[in-house]
Design a protein around this ligand. Structure first.
Ligand code: BV8
Length: 227
């Protein structure tokens, strides 16, 4: 049985594509309060501000391109057909645009909408706003980005946990290890005796938990890891 690899990516893998990270100097959370734009309470309080935040990120994403790190992971998926799990905390679609086909977006996707009234989830290429009606239930005011906010349960956690425990190698790429439950995956891997590797620009909160850490830009480290 060939080895199974579980990869977790964070905002750092998209940084060289021009996508903002969250906790680096000048990152998103230094410009807006996550309580205002990435919580259900913030959305209930001021939906227009939340829509403007995600509409701006959706616009900058359309101008971005996958970088060599995304492309290398797509090559790895083709080579490890069926034995590679790619879980991303990112809500961008750069893994898919690089050619990855089986991507688990545990924090949702910027390019999709969710109706808070009926639960309908679908592709949403353009801006969202409070004035739009849901294509499924026709009600107005319930549409929100299909992303997982703080205090909400990430998607596909049962599947993620099962695939994590089935892996022989856990690789974290471009994540600060600050947000749970994703930040807990490395500890679960260690407890299960799974080898752990971190590829990051600089040491993260959880670097000490990894068997091996490599520092550098993802566009250099990931192709070198894949080759
Ligand atoms: C939940 C989507 C429960 C929206 C995001 C313990 C257990 C469980 C939960 C908690 C817990 N303790 C606290 C919590 C609550 C909370 C949490 O973790 N809080 C933190 C702040 C302490 N967690 C939650 O609320 C989660 N939900 O637990 O639900 C539950 C249970 C039952 C029923 C219902 C609910 C939900 C968390 C998800 C929140 N949504 N994103 C959006 O994108 O707008 S999280 C947010 O942080 C980001 O979106 C991102 O996804 C995530 C992690 O950030 P990173 O990707 O790591 O990015 P960051 O900027 O931090 O770091 C970038 C890294 O890249 C750096 O290390 C940098 O050095 C590196 N880098 C930079 N450039 C490069 C590079 N690396 C390589 N190359 C480069 N060029």
């Amino acid at each position: 049985m060939t080895a199974a690899i579980f990869i977790l990516t964070g905002a750092g893998i998209s940084a060289e594509s021009g996508i903002d990270t969250f906790r680096d100097a000048g990152g998103l959370w230094s410009r807006v309060r996550l309580e205002d734009v990435a919580t259900p309470e913030g959305f209930a309080r001021d939906p227009d501000t939340v829509h403007a935040f995600y509409n701006a990120r959706r616009a900058s994403l359309s101008a971005a391109r996958p970088n060599p790190a995304h492309l290398a992971l797509a090559r790895l998926e083709a080579e490890f057909a069926g034995r590679l799990t790619l879980v991303t905390q990112n809500i961008d679609d750069l893994h898919e645009r690089a050619g990855s086909r089986d991507v688990i977006h545990m924090h949702g996707e910027l390019a999709r909408s969710l109706c808070a009234r009926c639960g309908d989830r679908r592709a949403a290429a353009g801006d969202l706003s409070t004035g739009l009606s849901c294509a499924a239930c026709s009600r107005v005011g319930g549409l929100r980005p299909d992303v997982v906010w703080f205090g909400e349960m990430p998607y596909r956690m049962d599947e993620i946990e099962a695939r994590l425990l089935d892996a022989d190698l856990f690789v974290a790429i471009g994540t600060s290890g600050a947000v749970y439950p994703a930040a807990g995956f490395v500890s679960e891997a260690r407890a299960a005796g799974i080898r752990t590797l971190e590829l990051n620009l600089q040491p993260s909160d959880g670097s000490w938990l990894f068997d091996e850490t490599r520092q550098g830009p993802a566009s250099t480290l990931v192709p070198a890891f894949v080759e």
